[in-house]
Design a protein around this ligand. Structure first.
Ligand code: ZN
Length: 114
């Protein structure tokens, strides 16, 4: 596993641990405030594939510093079917919150870190 730089002190933590050994910051909660976007509905995905794409994206961005993930869910079956998956991620503590994008029910905003 690649090292993760502590945004607080600059130490590169290579142990894969969640806490910076130098300043005790919680590494997985550190964010640069950035946004990322993923589309899980416009490549003829099944609900299962959409859920897998979503989980993979959450995992990938949790390994980085992304704060918000904008998830395009379209207006088909995935739009409603993805909510239980998000609820599960929320209960598992893998995301902080999620909500429909204002004025756009075809997209969600997932907050990965506060
Ligand atoms: Zn640190």
């Amino acid at each position: 596993m690649k090292g993760r730089e502590c945004l607080n002190c600059g130490f590169i933590e290579v142990s894969g641990g969640d806490i910076c050994r130098k300043c005790d910051a919680v590494l997985l909660e550190q964010t640069d405030g950035s946004w990322a976007k993923i589309d899980i509905a416009h490549d003829q995905e099944t609900v299962q594939q959409a859920a897998e794409k979503l989980e993979a994206a959450v995992k990938k961005h949790m390994a980085g510093y992304t704060r918000y993930l904008r998830v395009v869910i379209g207006r088909g079956k995935i739009q409603t079917a993805i909510w239980p998956h998000l609820s599960r991620l929320l209960k598992a503590g893998k995301i902080k919150s999620f909500e429909e994008e204002p004025q756009n029910p075809g997209a969600l905003v997932v907050t990965l870190r506060d």
